[in-house]
Design a protein around this ligand. Structure first.
Ligand code: GH3
Ligand code: MG
Ligand code: MG
Length: 555
């Protein structure tokens, strides 16, 4: 029994020992766990205490479950109770426009485990929205495994306002600067354009001035040349030469009124100026009708000039004035599809003035010369001209060994005629006889009024027979000529003629005129109305012989 008791005791001790061995650590473990849980709870409480003391919103989130903690600041600022914000309840207070971006960012951070930072708007207690900067970081345990996320929301509304204000200011300044820049650029562009335009204008002006100066020089040169022209032929030759240089883009021509002023005739043309005909009616030209420059633009049918083709380009006419009277026109045709410009029109008027002046000059000189060499009553050459011409003609005849006849004619009993019918009728007879005499000789013969009722005809190349025949014909024809004064017949007029020839009766004007005069004297003496050669049949024979081919001339 005792043994049995001993065994039982031992067994109990063994059990007690075994229990002590097994239960001891378990109890210890349980105590440790309790202590750990206690410390965790204390840590959590400490964390929350800390978090609630912070001015920012603080939260923690667990992947997949959303927010599991939020400090009181959340409710204070958003008005949403924290319990409602947990999980994904916070989505209600985020601005609808920012929600998608916020969720996207959260999802990205959750997957990558990388800290995130973003800005979005949260509704405030007053219902408005304020911007927040949201920062989230991942929390890991000692093995590096992700435990949860911890984040803060910081109100940045005021900062953003300031920043926005600054940004707006910067934007405004930038916009102002850009505008100012654009304005400057526009101004500079405009200035550059204006400068370019100015340069082009200067260039054009310079060209125009050079052209004008060249024209003026040419015109001065032309004026100088025109001053030295002896006749209209010279004038036209100079104009035809200068016009293409002065007006290189114009074809041209000069049309002159004839002496009766009933016809307009082409006097000269240059640069192949084509007209439908060489002669026109003065009424065909509007410049002549109006007395002003007349411009006809290409294709204009308002007042075209009939003296020109209606060409495809413009043309214009400038009246040519000589001593204030229109003497013709200067006609220009453009050779390019454009209208004549003002400066060209005014220059062409100056050009026409020069020509008009020159024509006036030539005509005045011709008139002056005519006055000095022509007899005003009969318009025949006068004695002075005869003396000049006879000098030349006798020398030429001697040199060429040609004959030359001289007729001296004197009207018979002219004093009686004057006395009977009056001086005026006498003048009319003198004019009529002068005209008759001119018609009775060749163009190359020279007819002069020697003085009073005495006339001289020089017959170049004529021998004694030709001279005598010419004188006889004059006498005979005059006898048949009815002489009228104021429509009334004033009887007959006869003439006596003395004939002398070169070289038989002399080789100088003086000798010839004296010989012919002596013959005339004899004709008068023998009864008038007749022709007398130089005295004596022998003399006639000598003259005939001397005038024959191969005769010797007295030099
Ligand atoms: P003869 O046959 O001898 O020549 O006689 P004549 O009468 O013609 O000659 P005389 O020399 O005696 O007279 C010339 C006259 O001519 C005198 C003058 O009145 C006239 N006479 C001269 N010049 C002019 C003139 O310009 N006009 C007019 N009407 N008569 C003139
Ligand atoms: Mg007489
Ligand atoms: Mg006489």
């Amino acid at each position: 029994m005792a043994l049995r008791e001993t065994h039982t005791y031992e067994a109990l001790v063994l059990v007690a020992i075994s229990l002590a061995v097994v239960i001891g650590p378990v109890v210890k473990l349980l105590a440790m766990r309790r202590a750990l849980a206690q410390s965790l709870l204390e840590g959590e409480a400490h964390f929350r205490k800390l978090a609630d003391a912070l001015p920012e919103m603080v939260w923690t989130a667990v992947s997949g479950r959303g927010i599991d903690y939020m400090n009181q600041r959340w409710c204070e600022l958003t008005g949403q109770p924290v319990e409602q914000a947990l999980g994904f309840g916070w989505k209600e207070v985020i601005h609808p426009d920012d929600l998608a971006v916020a969720l996207q960012s959260w999802e990205k951070s959750r997957q990558s485990g990388i800290a995130s930072e973003m800005e979005y708007r949260l509704r405030s207690r007053d219902g408005g929205y304020r911007w927040h900067l949201v920062r989230a970081r991942v929390m890991r345990d000692s093995s590096g495994a992700m435990i949860k996320w911890i984040g803060t929301n910081t109100d940045i509304e005021d900062r953003r306002h300031t920043q926005q204000g600054l940004e707006d200011q910067i934007k405004q300044h930038t916009a102002d600067l850009m505008e100012a820049n654009a304005r400057l650029e526009t101004e500079m562009r405009q200035r550059a354009l204006a400068q370019q335009e100015l340069n082009q204008q200067n260039e054009r002006m310079l060209k125009e001035l050079t052209r004008r100066s060249r024209r003026a020089t040419l015109l001065a040169k032309m004026a100088e040349l025109l001053q030295s022209c002896a006749d209209l032929k010279d004038v036209f030759s100079i104009v035809a030469g200068m016009a293409p240089k002065v007006f290189p883009e114009f074809r041209g021509t000069i049309l002159l009124l004839n002496s009766s002023r009933k016809m307009l005739e082409m006097a000269v043309q240059w640069s192949d100026c084509q007209l439908p005909a060489p002669v026109f009616d003065p009424q065909d030209c509007w410049a002549l009708r109006t007395g002003h420059v007349h411009v006809v633009p290409a294709g204009d049918l308002t007042a075209p000039c009939a003296h020109t083709h209606a060409g495809k380009y413009a043309y214009f006419c400038v009246p040519l004035l000589s001593q204030g009277e229109a003497v013709g026109i200067l006609h220009f045709q453009l050779s390019q599809p454009r209208e004549p410009v003002e400066s060209e029109l005014s220059f062409s008027s100056t050009f026409a003035e020069q020509i008009g002046l020159s024509i006036a000059n030539i005509r005045l000189r011709e008139a002056l010369r005519n006055q000095s060499i022509r007899d005003p009553l009969t318009t025949l050459y006068n004695r002075r001209y005869l003396e000049e011409t006879m000098e030349r003609e006798t020398r030429r005849a001697v040199r060429a060994e040609h004959g030359l006849g001289v007729l001296v004619l004197d009207l018979d009993h002219f004093k009686t005629f004057n006395d009977t019918y009056g001086h005026e009728a006498g003048d009319a007879v003198l004019r009529e006889f002068a005209s008759f005499l001119s018609r009775s000789v060749r163009a190359e013969d020279i007819v002069c009024r020697y003085g009073g009722e005495e006339f001289v005809v020089v017959l170049p190349m004529a021998d004694i027979d030709a001279s005598q025949a010419r004188a006889e014909r004059i006498c005979a024809k005059l006898r048949e000529l009815p002489v009228l004064h104021r429509g009334r017949s004033v009887g007959k007029v006869t003439v006596s003629v003395g004939v002398a020839v070169l070289p038989a009766n002399g080789t100088s004007p003086k000798e010839l005129l004296e010989a012919a005069d002596a013959a005339l004297y004899r004709a008068k003496r023998e009864g008038r109305d007749r022709v007398m050669l130089v005295e004596g049949p022998a003399s006639v024979a000598v003259a005939r012989e001397a005038g024959a081919p191969g005769a010797t001339f007295a030099k």
